[in-house]
Each structure stands twice: as C-alpha cells, then as structure tokens.
Design a protein around this ligand. Structure first.
Ligand code: NDP
Length: 327
C-alpha cells in the first residue's frame, strides 16, 4: 500500500480506501462486509468511508460492529461519517448543516459506530439555508471537544470551500482539509479544473467517490445487463439512467480493448487512471464481492503501466478532457 498526507494535514491516508454506500447494511450481508473490511485492512487500507444517510444509519452500525469485533488498534485506521442528509428523519431539524444537526448527527454517528471520536467528519453537501459561519464554528467546536479530528466537505464548489477557509482563517478556527468529489473517467471537471488552484493555495486533499462510475467502468454492462448488480437494484433507476448510456458503453468497449492489450482488467485500468492524478489523495473503492476488492487492490501496481503514451491513448478514447479557462 502507498500512503500520503491528506491535503496539507498530517493525516497519513492510504491511496486506496473502502466505502460502504449501497453495500453495507443494504446490498450485502454483514458477513461479506466483514470479509471486505478484513481484506482491506490486511492489504494496508487504513480509511473506511461512511455517512449518516447510508442505509439510514445501518451502514455505520454494521461497520462499527465489525470494528469492535476485530479490535484493531484505534490508532491504525481512519473512519469517517458525513452529515447533511439525515438518517431518514424528515423533520426540518433532522438534516442540513445547522449547529443543531451537526452536533446531533455527530453524537448519533458515534453511538452507531460505538466509537469515542470520528477521524473525519464531512459536510455531505453545501447547505444554502445555513450561514457558512455557523457550520465552520460547529466543526471547530467538535474538534475542540475531541469528538472529531478533521473535517471536510463533499460536492462543494471551490468558492464554497474558499469561503469556509477564509472565515476559519479570519477567526483562528480550524478549516476543512478535504473535499470528497465524484471522480472517474466520465466525471472530471471539478477535480481536474475547478479545484486546481485550491490544491495549492489551501492544500486541499481529496477522497474521490465512484471511481468506476457505479460499475459501468468494469465493462460488465457492455453486452448484456447482468443480474445481481448495482444498476439493477430497486429504487436506483436514477443511477442507471446517469451511467448506463449508449455513449458511455461505447467508450467502455474501446477502453476494454486497450485494457486487454495492457494485460489488465478494465476495472483495474479505471482505478489506476484515477490513482495517476496526484491531487487524488485516496480512491474510495466500492465492492459488493470479495473478488472485486481483491482485483481492485491490484490497481496500485497497475498504475505503473500507464505511461504517458498510454495516458494519451486513454485521452483519445475518452475525448472529454476538461478545458482550463486560463488555457
Ligand atoms: P464505484 O464506482 O467503484 O462502484 C462500486 C461498485 O461497482 C461495486 O459495489 C460493484 O457493484 C461494482 N464493482 C466494483 N469493482 C468491480 C469489479 N472489479 N468488477 C465488477 N464490478 C465491480 O464506487 P462507489 O460508487 O461504490 O463509491 C465508492 C465509495 O465512495 C462509496 O462506498 C462511498 O463511501 C463513497 N461515495 C460518496 C459519495 C458522496 O456523495 N460523498 C457518493 C457516492 C459514493 P455491483 O457488484 O453491485 O455491480
């Protein structure tokens, strides 16, 4: 495994990590979740990603029970939760980034995880109804109370992240260290263009999500629609519509041929491509089966095969390189 600092913080995070969205407490049994965490940990993964909304809190309960059972030293792993969507409650105070919901979401996540503190607490989306000052103060106070160690954002714009930083700086508060954006061969704008300045100015780290675009980039949807996969799950039509398009499948077929030439599987190529970006602190892997995780773990080694010439070939197939406004 390789490790690097999460942004300009001192936190050493593994370049591959494991997430639990749609899997833990939902698509997979707790025994499979335990095997996935075992495989991850044995292979040096030190970051496990979670959120209050995942399986409406159940994902954190399942992960917490596994952590307790494993009894791994608390100083050997990083665990996150995210606040914003709530865990199922529909009342106005049960969501968002108000001081009230941030404090309560943190307490509830700690109970579900059976932990004393969270390493990372992320604001899962921006909250247009709460002043940014209130959110920054609340996160700072949770750090002062020892309930969280670092905080960050997910799917915030560069401008929103900068506003939080500027307020924190002016008031000697602790600002966000990390953003969690979607990043894969199809979704590139934020990571490659929008954040390009703030990697340098504020030292932003990134924990990127859906590196395989929910499995489309595994190539398994190329010829027929397989059963027992995420995009066939009930209630996820929106995700299928987003990812399972003629244009995407066409690109994935071309990438499959390139991956075969390189003697690597397509998901490994897709993940290795994400890892090549030095602004990606960690690629959060999703897996519903043990063999997927084992395969995906080989992407670190595989990235060495992605020479500048191969990266150019990939660029030619993707034809979606985001343009920087200054260029
Ligand atoms: P991916 O895009 O990598 O999708 C993972 C899914 O793809 C797996 O569950 C599996 O689904 C399929 N898959 C993975 N590897 C393989 C393989 N080798 N062969 C075939 N199929 C494979 O990542 P996720 O979308 O799961 O995102 C990763 C993590 O990021 C999440 O768990 C979560 O922690 C975080 N996240 C954060 C968000 C945010 O807003 N901050 C939003 C979304 C995710 P199946 O077998 O069912 O087809």
């Amino acid at each position: 495994m390789e490790y690097n600092n999460l942004g300009k913080s001192g936190l050493q995070i593994s370049r591959l990590s494991l997430g639990s969205w749609l899997t833990f407490g939902k698509q997979i049994g707790d025994d499979v979740a335990e095997r996935l965490m075992d495989i991850a940990y044995e292979n040096g993964i030190n970051f496990f990603d979670n959120a209050e909304i995942y399986a409406r809190g159940k994902s954190e309960e399942v992960m917490g029970a596994i952590l307790k059972k494993k009894n791994w030293s608390r100083d050997s792993y990083i665990v996150s939760s995210k606040v914003f969507f709530g865990n199922g409650g529909q009342l106005p105070t049960q969501k968002g980034l108000s001081r009230k919901h941030i404090f309560e979401a943190c307490e509830q996540a700690l109970k579900r995880f059976q932990l004393d503190y969270l390493d990372l607490f992320l604001c899962h989306r921006p909250d247009k109804q709460t002043p940014i000052e209130e959110t920054v103060w609340s996160m700072h106070q949770l750090i002062m109370q020892g309930k969280i160690l670092y905080w960050g954002t997910s799917e915030w714009s560069a401008q929103e992240i900068m506003e939080a930083h500027m307020f924190a700086k002016q008031n000697h508060l602790i600002g966000p260290i990390v953003e969690q954006p979607e990043y894969n061969m199809f979704t590139r704008q934020k990571v490659e263009v929008e954040f390009s300045q703030i990697y340098k100015t504020v030292g932003l780290g990134t924990t990127i999500w859906s590196p395989l675009a929910s499995g489309i980039l595994s190539g398994k949807y190329n010829h027929e629609f397989p059963s027992d996969t995420r995009l066939g799950m009930e209630g996820l039509d929106w995700l299928k519509e987003k990812n399972f398009t003629v244009e995407r499948i066409d690109v994935v077929k071309k990438l499959s041929a390139l991956a075969a030439d390189l003697n690597m599987s397509l998901p490994v190529l897709g993940l290795a491509w994400c890892l090549k970006n030095p602004n990606v602190s960690t690629v959060i892997l999703g897996a519903s089966k043990e063999h997927q995780l084992k395969e995906n773990l080989t992407s670190l080694e595989a990235k060495e095969k992605l020479t500048p010439e191969i990266m150019d070939q990939i660029e030619g197939i993707l034809s979606n390189k985001p343009v920087h406004p200054d260029h």
